[in-house]
Design a protein. Structure first.
Length: 308
C-alpha cells in the first residue's frame, strides 16, 4: 500500500488535517480517445489495489465514467457527476470546478477528474492538480492535435512561479501491432512530459462497461493496465512529496516512489537529452512496455506486493 505524503506539522493547538489528496485530471480536447475508460478504471485501481479512499469527479456532460462506476460491481469509489457550467464563462466555470474539487479532496485520498477540455476553460485551473493525464490514440492526426492542444497550455506546465502539474501522455486504445515509439519520436513536442505505458485495446475490455474493471481482467490484460495505473501512482505521489519536501526533482522519483520501469526509462532519457535544441524543447519520453511472453518477469518492491 502506498504511504500518503504527510503535510508539514501544524502549529500547536491547530486542528489536525488529513494528508493532502492526490488530484489527477484526465483530459483531452477530443472525445473517443478512452478518457472516460481511463478515468473510471484508474479510480477503481486506487480503490482495489491500494485501498485508498477514492472519488471520481465526472465533469463531462455525458457522464460516461460516472455511469460506469455507478452501475458496475460496487467497490466503494465515491462517484460525483457535476457537468461544468461553461455558460458562466471562464471564471465562473473555474470557480465551480475548484469548488467541487476542494470538496472531493477534503474526504478522499485520491480524486480523479474526467473532463473534455474546452477553450472556454481557464488554464489556471490546472494548477489545482498534481497530474494532468492526456490520452491520445495511435494516429498521426490525433498526436498532432494533442501537440496543438498542449502548446496552448505550455505556460502551465513550464511555470517557474507556481508548482506546475506533471504532464503525462497516455497512448490509449493501442493495438499490439502499433508502433508507439515510432509515432512519438517522429513528432516534436513543445514541452516535456512523461509517456506512460499504453492502455491496450483488448476486445474483452469492451464488455466491461458498467460491469467490471480493467485491472480485474485475467493474465496480461489485467497486468498491463495495472502497470499503466501504477506508473501514474508513482509519478503522482512523488510529485506530492516534492511539494511537501520542496527538494525532490523528477530525477529522484524512483527514490521516493518504489520501482517503476517507466520512470527509470524516463529518467535515463532525461539524462541523455539534457542539451536543449534551438527554438524547441527537448522531448522526454519513456519507451512504453508491451505485453511479455508467459514467463513472468522478476518483481521487486511495490510491484512484488501488488502482483506477486
Amino acid at each position: 500500500m502506498i504511504d500518503l505524503p504527510k503535510p508539514s506539522s501544524p502549529p500547536i493547538g491547530a486542528v489536525a488535517t488529513r494528508p493532502a489528496a492526490l488530484k489527477i485530471l484526465v483530459t483531452s480536447r477530443k472525445g473517443g480517445v478512452g478518457k472516460s475508460t481511463i478515468s473510471a478504471n484508474l479510480a477503481a485501481f486506487f480503490k482495489l489495489q491500494h485501498k485508498l479512499t477514492t472519488t471520481l469527479l465526472d465533469l463531462d456532460l455525458h457522464g460516461s465514467s460516472s455511469d460506469w462506476l455507478r452501475e458496475a460491481r460496487p467497490i466503494g469509489v465515491v462517484v460525483q457527476h457535476h457537468p461544468l457550467p461553461l455558460d458562466l464563462g471562464r471564471k465562473g466555470a473555474a470557480m465551480e470546478a475548484r469548488r467541487h474539487l476542494r470538496h472531493a479532496a477534503e474526504s478522499s485520498d485520491v480524486v480523479i477528474a474526467d473532463l473534455t477540455w474546452s477553450d472556454a476553460l481557464d488554464g489556471n485551473w490546472l494548477f489545482d492538480y498534481d497530474i494532468v493525464l492526456t490520452p491520445v490514440s495511435m494516429s498521426g492526426i490525433e498526436v498532432a492535435a494533442t501537440i496543438g492542444f498542449l502548446s496552448n497550455l505550455h505556460w502551465v506546465f513550464e511555470s517557474t512561479v507556481r508548482t506546475a502539474p506533471q504532464l503525462i501522455i497516455c497512448p490509449s486504445r493501442v493495438d499490439e501491432s502499433d508502433s508507439i515509439s515510432k509515432i512519438f519520436t517522429s513528432q516534436t513536442f513543445p514541452i516535456s512530459f512523461v509517456l506512460s505505458p499504453p492502455v491496450y485495446n483488448y476486445k474483452e475490455a469492451k464488455f466491461l462497461f458498467k460491469k467490471d474493471y480493467l485491472s480485474e481482467l485475467p493474465g496480461d490484460q489485467g497486468t498491463t493496465f495495472k502497470t499503466f495505473a501504477q506508473s501514474i501512482a508513482d509519478v503522482g505521489f512523488a510529485h506530492m512529496r516534492s511539494k511537501v519536501r520542496r527538494n525532490i526533482s523528477i530525477g529522484n522519483l524512483s527514490k521516493v516512489s518504489g520501482d517503476s520501469a517507466v520512470l527509470t526509462q524516463f529518467m535515463q532519457q532525461r539524462t541523455q537529452s539534457n542539451v536543449p535544441k534551438a527554438n524547441a524543447t527537448t522531448t522526454l519520453v519513456a519507451e512504453a512496455p508491451r505485453p511479455q511472453p508467459p514467463e513472468p518477469p522478476k518483481k521487486s518492491g511495490l510491484f512484488k506486493r501488488l502482483f506477486g
